[in-house]
Design a protein around this ligand. Structure first.
Ligand code: ATP
Ligand code: MG
Length: 263
């Protein structure tokens, strides 16, 4: 049951996105903690102005190049990602030739199956990480959080982790993998530990990456290597922080009062 939001509501888009997550929670594939994580993301989206910033665009291009260069690229999918951008995940996977893997912080067979089903409905031919397929383990992590597919994330050279947790990002890096994170919070451990961090909403980041991947497809490998290898994550995150700083300074100078229409 979807809540009705008036077409003229100024925060309509954001509210509709929230409804998708609440719906996913009711259906059983979004975790309760996922709702909290979304709220944190929304807060940082406000700070960047709810649009893709120039440093995010640069990261999206470098990430597209890294995915195209990869031998065994994998896109990791959790409940929030499946609720927010299922079609975009499948499209990007097809464009760069990546595998899709269900990878949950709070694993249950029911949630795995529901997410795999959503991806299949959106055009995925194969979905890894369901049931016994997730039988390899990420070293140093405990319980269900460490289970991954032996044919997927375990063997991958490049992993895209939208909305990942810091511990797992660090563990994947220690396994020698190139980790591409999508995280609206430039200060999270995930953002600071990843090889390439895209500080953008997953709903904008995935289509941008697919567009870049289409553009870059047929380019020489050394050009792609220069794009991916030349990316400096620490510098990019500092640019994001400066962007937010400048934006807040500018807003503080100009004033942000809402003019209310007369009753
Ligand atoms: P970390 O473990 O990396 O230090 P955390 O514990 O603060 O981070 P988690 O709950 O582990 O955060 O991960 C969720 C992350 O996903 C948050 O940093 C949040 O900003 C981000 N996030 C939530 N929704 C979105 C979205 N739609 N697009 C991009 N990022 C998002
Ligand atoms: Mg965390």
């Amino acid at each position: 049951m979807e809540a009705w939001i008036p077409p003229s509501h100024p925060r309509r888009e954001s509210l509709l996105v929230r409804e998708r997550l609440v719906e996913g929670f009711r259906e059983g594939f979004v975790a309760m903690q996922g709702l909290i994580a979304h709220g944190r993301g929304e807060c940082f989206d406000y700070l960047i102005g709810e649009q893709t910033t120039p440093p995010a665009l640069e990261a999206e291009r470098a990430a597209a190049a890294a995915l195209l260069l990869a031998e065994r690229p994998v896109i990791s999918v959790n409940g929030n990602a499946a609720a927010l951008a299922p079609r975009e995940l499948v499209e990007l996977a097809k464009t760069v030739g990546a595998k899709l893997e269900v990878n949950l912080f709070y694993r249950s067979r029911e949630r795995e199956l529901l997410i795999a089903e959503i991806l299949r409905r959106n055009g995925a031919a194969e979905v890894l990480g369901v049931g016994d397929d997730a039988s390899c383990t990420i070293p140093e992590l405990f319980s269900e959080r460490r289970r991954v597919s032996c044919r997927g994330i375990y063997a991958a050279d490049v992993v895209l982790v939208p909305l990942e947790d810091g511990d797992r990002t660090e563990a994947l890096r220690r396994m020698g993998k190139t980790v591409i994170a999508v995280d609206l919070n430039p200060l999270s451990r995930t953002s600071r530990a990843a090889t390439i961090t895209i500080v953008d909403n997953i709903t904008r980041a995935l289509p941008n990456m697919a567009k870049f991947a289409e553009e870059l497809k047929g380019r020489p490998r050394d050009e792609l290597s220069a794009l991916a290898g030349g990316f400096d994550n620490d510098r990019n995150l500092r640019e994001v922080l400066r962007y937010i700083g400048r934006r807040l300074e500018e807003l503080a100078g100009r004033g942000i009062r809402l003019e209310l229409p007369k009753a």
